[in-house]
Write a protein that binds this ligand. Structure first.
Ligand code: SDX
Length: 425
């Protein structure tokens, strides 16, 4: 069923094809617009612009639906491991038992980082933000691995190295920033447990793995694993379109995720809740969030795509209750978060603007409960999102229509003028 739309301008009629997604989404294909009409489109922030066709993740923002390769995220959070979810996103299907075993062996074999990388960490100021360190270290990985001649082998090896080493790189920044003894990955621990052990094990206090804490981290990473064409994924695709290495594209994605409007919001939420707890100014915070003259935003609220409750926030909220109860922790910030949500969801401003809690609103409460320091929250988001970034990058380079990302612009600057010698200025 081929359909089209007609554009009428100055008595001329232009026809543009309509394309349909597998869930009924519709797009006007404007790839011939400028050639046919001399026009380009303008869509600041790309709120109405599709950058690609993708078969990886489906979001219905109005209904609060999120599926990875067709599987609802709720089912994956309940039944899958993070490794299975990563395999699903990257390979398009869940692994067989044999494939999962082989994947696990590969991840174990590539979990160490070159000892010379320690020198980089030693030379960062101790106060450096772990996201800046992670972005640098992922890019630096490239220098330690000569490119393989066979492209497919090079890609598969790089994917495995990144998925496995990202945990080690993150834990290294934590341990070294505190002057603690570095803990190596262990062959007897699974993906999530290995990371927790590298973070928290100590020669004087061996880390005891708690199955509920491991489950909380597994669910956290599954919920963050992909989210179609968000800011950092678009950065990975855009930088990747210049045909750079996957290391460089992922490093760009980490840099984009760091922003407080994006992945950095999970850290900003905790800082906001802590300030509300200290100043006891919840109602003022809500009023400030509604005040157009005030740049303050309710962090962890609102979303470009979800105009309903973020399904990930719903799971995270339940996870927060469960983990705090299991660890017998009473975190006042969770009570404040719940009260803030209750006030906001009854407030006309938030209702009219379709502002609901997003994935970042409760996730920090869970990370705090399992002992992750606040400045590492977005690093944890990055580790979770890595399989999605890789899957999206892989899909883009396998796309026969793949081309360099190079948007146009509408120029609003001065008309032609001339150079003025300095003595005449
Ligand atoms: C993530 O894209 C993804 O998929 C991202 C992500 C992923 O998994 O990759 O889901 C992860 O980044 C989640 C979002 C985390 N960021 C935050 O929690 C920061 C707080 N949220 C906002 O800054 C905002 O909601 C954004 C940036 C998330 C989305 O904003 P948009 O789509 O650019 O919309 P906008 O800023 O133009 O806001 C539309 C209206 C405005 O009011 P009007 O001028 O139309 O009257 O809603 C208001 C905004 O002022 N608004 C808010 C608000 N968010 C939007 N007002 C108060 N508090 C907020 N949080």
């Amino acid at each position: 069923m081929s359909e089209s739309v007609k554009l009428i301008y100055n008595g001329n009629e232009f026809e543009l094809p309509v394309i349909f997604g597998s869930e009924g989404e519709r797009a006007i294909d404007i790839s011939t617009l400028r050639e046919k009409t001399g026009f380009i489109t303008l869509d600041t922030g790309y709120a109405n612009t599709g950058s690609c066709e993708s078969a990886i993740t489906y979001i219905n923002g109005e209904k609060g639906i999120l599926r990875y390769r067709g599987i609802p995220v709720e089912q994956l959070a309940e039944h899958a491991t993070f490794k299975e979810t990563a395999y699903l996103l990257i390979n398009g299907r869940l692994p067989t038992r044999e494939e999962l075993t082989r994947f696990s062996v590969l991840l174990n074999d590539h979990s160490l980082v070159h000892e010379d990388m320690r020198a980089f960490y030693e030379n960062f100021p101790r106060s450096s933000h772990p996201m800046g360190i992670l972005s640098s270290m992922v890019n630096a990985l490239r220098s330690f691995y000569p490119e393989l001649q066979n492209l497919e082998e090079e890609i598969n090896m790089t994917v495995t190295r990144l998925l496995s080493k990202v945990r080690t790189l993150a834990a290294l920044s934590y341990k070294i920033s505190r002057g603690h003894k570095v803990v190596y990955p262990r062959p007897d621990l699974a993906y999530c447990s290995n990371f927790l052990n590298m973070m928290f094990d100590s020669p004087v206090r061996p880390y005891e793995l708690d199955e509920d804490v491991v489950r909380a981290l597994r669910v956290f990473w599954i919920l963050h694993a992909d989210h179609e064409q968000n800011c950092s994924t678009s950065a990975v695709r855009l930088v990747g379109s210049a045909r750079v290495t996957l290391y460089a594209a992922i490093s760009a994605g980490i840099a984009a995720l760091w922003g407080p409007l994006h992945g950095g919001a999970n850290q900003a939420v905790i800082e906001m809740l802590s300030e509300i707890a200290e100043k006891k100014n919840m109602k003022k915070a809500v009023e400030r969030a509604k005040d157009k003259k005030d740049p303050f935003r309710l962090m962890g609220f609102g979303h470009r795509v979800y105009k309903a409750y973020d399904p990930r926030a719903r799971i995270m909220k339940k996870m927060a209750d469960k983990v705090l109860a299991k660890l017998n922790i009473s975190d006042p910030l969770l009570d404040i978060a719940k009260e803030l949500e209750e006030i906001a969801l009854k407030d006309d401003y938030f209702i009219e603007h379709h502002l609901y809690p997003n994935v970042d609103f409760y996730s920090g409460i869970v990370l705090r409960a399992i002992g992750i320091p606040t400045n590492m929250f977005t690093v944890l988001f990055a580790i979770g999102r890595l399989p999605g970034w890789i899957a999206q990058w892989r899909e883009s380079i396998d796309d026969p229509k793949w081309k360099l990302y190079r948007p146009r612009q509408i120029y609003i600057g001065p008309k032609e003028t001339s150079f003025v010698p300095i003595d005449e200025r």
